[in-house]
Design a protein around this ligand. Structure first.
Ligand code: FAD
Length: 310
């Protein structure tokens, strides 16, 4: 059995594994895809002290750093079920899709999240070439350019307000007949001179010139008319979905499916900790996920040294 078993191999999981292994305890990581969302990222310019790097490069560095320690890395393994310990001091079980079952005294859940996609032609082709999901990450790349934000919920309106201070103009497109963001955000949005809001708009296609985005088409849902907008960037803000479906009923989740954690990363289940984008901790960023992963590992270690000797 492991002392610490980490589920997920993104920035949070890698940090948790390194912090745990540095305590000289038996550490394992099971990940469906080691590297996580970082593998789908191109330029990273907000990983403090590294002014510029690229996703695949950072993912390789994460894996190399983990492998410098005695960590049992189980890549391409999907966890399907978590079974809490039957009593104090008991082992927690994690069942994998391949039929294997892993046991550990503590578990750190760091399965991350995925951005909901529009599912329209051109979106995949131009991801990281104008189609973006994170205004904190990619906003400055569009300085002085024209962008669109898809989605008029809180995250879409926040993104539009944020981007309006950086880019030349923002067109926010909402599917519904009205914005769904908090009134205070909507008021702020309406006060900005370089933001245009389109409601009842369904994005139908991302256009590009083969290397980068040049525009998008949307359909007016009332009239059925299709319009084309010329622009350089599209920020998709229609939801971030935590990869926690497999934990339903096992640990407490928020209404949005995020794992509920306290300031130490402790979940509702003793011995089970969580970190990163899969949790209720706000602002989904690499540096935050790494900090939270490190914290969860230290909490797991604290928990272990208080366990009755077996
Ligand atoms: P993830 O990176 O999502 O990793 C989750 C891990 O869990 C993966 O290994 C996954 O395979 C695994 N997993 C999921 N489900 C299971 C399961 N059931 N069983 C086993 N393993 C599982 N942040 C920045 O700070 N700067 C940026 O510039 C930036 N750019 C971004 C660009 C893009 C296109 C995207 C998508 C995100 C970007 N982010 C950026 C956000 C950043 O990538 C995330 O905040 C960060 O990766 C979260 O780390 P994590 O470890 O919590 O989760």
């Amino acid at each position: 059995a492991f002392d610490v078993l980490v589920i997920g191999g993104g920035p949070a999981g890698a940090a948790a594994a390194i912090y745990a292994a540095r305590k000289g305890i038996r550490t394992g990581v099971a990940a469906e895809r080691f590297g996580g969302q970082v593998l789908d990222t191109m330029a990273i310019e907000n990983f403090i002290s590294v002014s510029h790097t690229e996703g695949p490069k950072l993912a390789t560095a994460l894996e190399q750093h983990v492998k410098e320690y005695e960590v049992d890395v189980m890549n391409l393994q999907r966890a399907e079920k978590l079974i809490p310990a039957s009593g104090p001091g008991g082992l927690i079980e994690v069942q994998l899709a391949n039929g294997a079952s892993l046991k550990s005294k503590t578990v750190i859940l760091s399965t991350g999240a995925r951005w909901r996609q529009m599912g329209v032609p051109g979106e995949d082709e131009y991801r990281n070439k104008g189609v973006a999901y994170c205004p904190h990450c990619d906003g400055p790349l569009f300085k002085g350019k024209r962008v669109s934000v898809i989605g008029g919920g809180n995250s879409g309106v926040e993104a539009a307000i944020d981007l309006a201070g950086i880019v030349a103009e923002v067109t926010l497109i909402e599917f519904d007949s009205q914005l769904r963001a908090d009134e205070v955000l909507q008021r702020k949005l309406r006060s900005l001179p370089n933001v245009r809001v389109i409601t009842s708009g369904l994005t139908t296609e991302v256009h590009g010139d083969g290397t980068k985005v040049t525009g998008l088409s949307y359909k007016n849902r009332n009239t059925g008319e299709v319009h084309r907008i010329d622009l350089e960037g599209i920020f998709v803000q229609i939801g971030l979905v935590p990869n926690t479906e497999w934990l339903k009923g096992a640990v407490a989740l928020s209404p949005r499916g995020e794992i509920e954690v306290d300031a130490r990363g402790q979940t509702s289940v003793p011995g089970v900790f969580a970190a990163g984008d899969a949790t209720t901790v706000p602002y989904k960023q690499i540096i935050i996920a790494m900090g939270e992963g490190s914290k969860a590992a230290l909490s797991a270690f604290d928990y272990l040294i208080r366990m009755a000797p077996v």
